[in-house]
Design a protein around this ligand. Structure first.
Ligand code: ADP
Ligand code: MG
Length: 256
């Protein structure tokens, strides 16, 4: 049975997509069967997995509107070692179209249930908002992975997300929990980042992942080659950290 995780944070540019594609590649590397679902109309996770978003015949949009199954719409990306349910600009329209439909926030859950036996992990890259799209992700997930930079306002932004997750947990999905906070783009030479990191551990204890993802230029360069950093430059510090993180996820999920 697949374990489903949303990679979410309302802020843009915090490393959601980088975390999604590199965790997926890391999990594939340690032998897990993985599906990435791109729920962001920008389609960055799609492109970053080597799939041209402009050439998609079927996408997550068709799945949400129930005109295609996950099996029909998914792409297999041999280079990266995992499957992708892609997204492009068309998905922005789904937001409006879903409003009038029944079970509007449970569409993705129903679709993924039919592909449950095909994967060990499903990773959902959420857009930087709490829209109907993000809600579809949160409704079907067992857990949320929250990438965050250790900056001054980091903790403040987190309280909105924590409240939203509590509401979804209470009203729509009793399985949902924060599986963990992932410190990303970390630079240990910056005192403030170390201080915020310590604060995070004080506030959230075990919910902070042991693995820390360093700021690493190879991770930032990889998307322009249509690859996750883990595949683009496996020996880089960033890639190694994401493979460690994949192992930590497997351990944590084993005890869920
Ligand atoms: P989001 O999906 O939350 O908007 P991205 O994953 O697209 O964020 O990351 C924002 C930018 O930061 C991208 O240009 C990405 O390449 C870069 N980036 C992300 N993580 C790292 C890292 N660990 N080291 C260096 N650059 C990073
Ligand atoms: Mg993104």
């Amino acid at each position: 049975m697949a374990k489903i995780f949303c990679v979410a944070n309302q802020k843009g540019g915090v490393g959601k997509t980088t975390t999604t594609v590199n965790l997926a590649a890391g999990l594939a590397k340690v032998g897990q069967r993985v599906l990435v679902v791109d729920l962001d109309p920008q389609g960055n996770a799609t492109m970053g997995s080597g799939i041209d978003k402009r050439a998609l015949e079927l996408s997550v949009y068709d799945v949400l509107l129930e005109s295609a199954s996950v099996k029909e719409a998914k792409q297999t990306s041999e280079k990266v070692g995992y499957d992708v349910l892609g997204a492009n600009r068309e998905l922005a329209g789904a937001e409006v179209e879903l409003v009038d439909l029944e079970r509007r926030e449970r569409r993705l859950k129903a679709a993924l249930a039919a592909a449950n036996d095909d994967y060990d992990f499903v990773l959902i890259d959420c857009p930087p908002s709490l829209s109907m799209l993000t809600l579809n992700g949160l409704c079907c997930a067992h857990g949320v992975v929250v990438p965050m930079q250790c900056e001054y306002f980091a903790l403040e932004g987190l309280s909105d997300l924590v409240n939203t997750i509590k509401q979804v947990h209470a009203n729509l999905n009793a399985d949902l929990q924060i599986i963990g906070l992932l410190r990303v783009m970390f630079d240990p030479r910056i005192t403030l980042q170390n201080q915020v990191s310590d604060q995070l551990k004080q506030h959230f204890g075990d919910k902070v992942f042991d693995t820390v993802i360093p700021r690493n230029v190879r991770l930032a360069e990889a998307p322009s080659y249509g690859l996750p950093g883990v595949v683009f430059d496996p020996s880089s510090k960033g890639a190694q950290a994401f493979v460690d993180f994949a192992r930590e996820m497997v351990r944590r999920v084993g005890s869920m």
